[in-house]
Design a protein around this ligand. Structure first.
Ligand code: ATP
Ligand code: SF4
Ligand code: MG
Length: 328
């Protein structure tokens, strides 16, 4: 895709796990268009944060390409590429406390991303003051230290720090899951407002599927390092094609009662909480899939277009679509 702001091709990231290699990200192809919000969901350990960190330039990859605004970024940046990344890609973390320097005042913390871009002095101070106000905090908060703020206030600062240099992409990794439920909605609304105001592309990683459905234009579903389904958010949520997506939705949202075809994919909480089992040669979901056939254990599936504008990596997509067309 030529108009993508971010593109990854055949991206892989392996970690050493004793004598074995663990594939946290295993051959992902993905693009994010300017101004687009891409939701990324999948159970714990599926590789969402690793993928986000690679795109943010915080985690080296083992193989594959990362293109930012059409430019291929190596694992080791040149000084100019470091600047490109710092200007264009920012991250909002789950733990806002860990991402702030405890010895810096909030106003200084807000200016920090600007200093690394050569913006200092009054210009940086003015911008910091603007963003303090823009994220809903009073001027007095600028003189405080991170431990003196509430979790919600600290996350507002985390968001201001991410947006202050006007990046083209903000990666949010579980930005509200550590917060009280009462403040989660305010923070989500703030993120949406800023995203729209600045037309910022966003990669939004979350376990809370309702939040992804609310924010994301497109949604990708990861399972054990791979994308198993991707497409417009409404389609993925209303007409899941991959058995894993259906199970994830059923476990979290109690599924779509009409979706009997995929609901028989054992939508039980115990099943979804079970540790993932992988097959080396075939579909990684096969050991948990109720419609697996012998080929599923031998040949890895690839993303194929469905009739609802999504893509799903499943050998039995035609079978699933026929059953759905019949209204099963
Ligand atoms: N630095 C690391 N060293 C070794 N293994 C790692 C490292 N980072 C991640 N992993 C492993 O890679 C896999 C994917 O981890 P990752 O954190 O990307 O998953 P996730 O989808 O973000 O999970 P969660 O929803 O729990 O945040 C996991 O098995 C994890 O243990
Ligand atoms: S490829 Fe086979 S095992 Fe994998 S999800 Fe599809 S039907 Fe199930
Ligand atoms: Mg994670």
């Amino acid at each position: 895709m030529t108009d993508a702001f971010v593109e990854v091709r055949q991206l892989r990231c392996h970690f050493k796990n004793g004598n074995n290699l663990l594939s946290a990200v295993d051959g992902i192809n993905l693009s994010i268009a300017p101004g687009e919000v891409l939701g990324l969901v999948g159970e714990s350990g599926s590789g969402k944060s690793t993928l986000g960190r690679i795109i943010a330039g915080l985690q080296p990859r083992s193989a594959g390409q990362l293109l930012i605004d059409g430019e291929e970024m190596p694992n080791q940046y040149s000084r100019r590429q470091f600047r490109t990344m710092a200007t264009n890609v920012q991250m909002v973390f789950q733990d806002s406390y860990a991402s702030l320097n405890p010895r810096m005042t909030i106003l200084a913390s807000l200016q920090e991303p600007l200093w690394s871009l050569g913006i200092a002095g009054q210009a940086a101070k003015d911008k910091a003051a603007y963003w303090l106000d823009r994220v809903g905090l009073p001027p007095s908060a600028g003189e405080r230290y991170p431990h003196e703020l509430s979790g919600g206030q600290r996350q507002r600062i985390g968001i201001a720090r991410a947006f202050i240099a006007e990046p083209k992409l903000v990666i949010c990794d579980e930005p509200v899951s550590a917060l009280d439920v009462s403040v989660q909605a305010q923070i989500i609304n703030l993120l949406q407002e800023l995203q729209r105001e600045h037309n910022t592309a966003m990669l939004f990683i979350a376990h809370d599927l309702a939040v992804v459905r609310f924010l994301a234009t497109r949604t990708a579903v990861m399972y054990l390092g791979e994308i198993v389904e991707i497409g417009p958010t409404d389609r993925v949520f209303e007409s899941p094609r991959h058995p894993y997506t259906a199970r994830l939705l059923a476990a979290h949202l109690d599924g779509n009662p009409r979706d009997r075809v995929l609901r028989v994919a054992a939508p039980t909480k115990t099943a979804v909480n079970r540790a993932p089992l992988a097959t080396d040669s075939g579909c990684r979901f096969a050991p948990r899939c109720h419609i697996a056939e012998p080929a599923c254990f031998n040949t890895p599936p690839w993303l194929q277009p469905s009739r609802v504008d999504t893509e799903a990596a499943c050998h039995r997509i035609v079978y699933i679509e026929i059953l759905k067309a019949r209204g099963s």
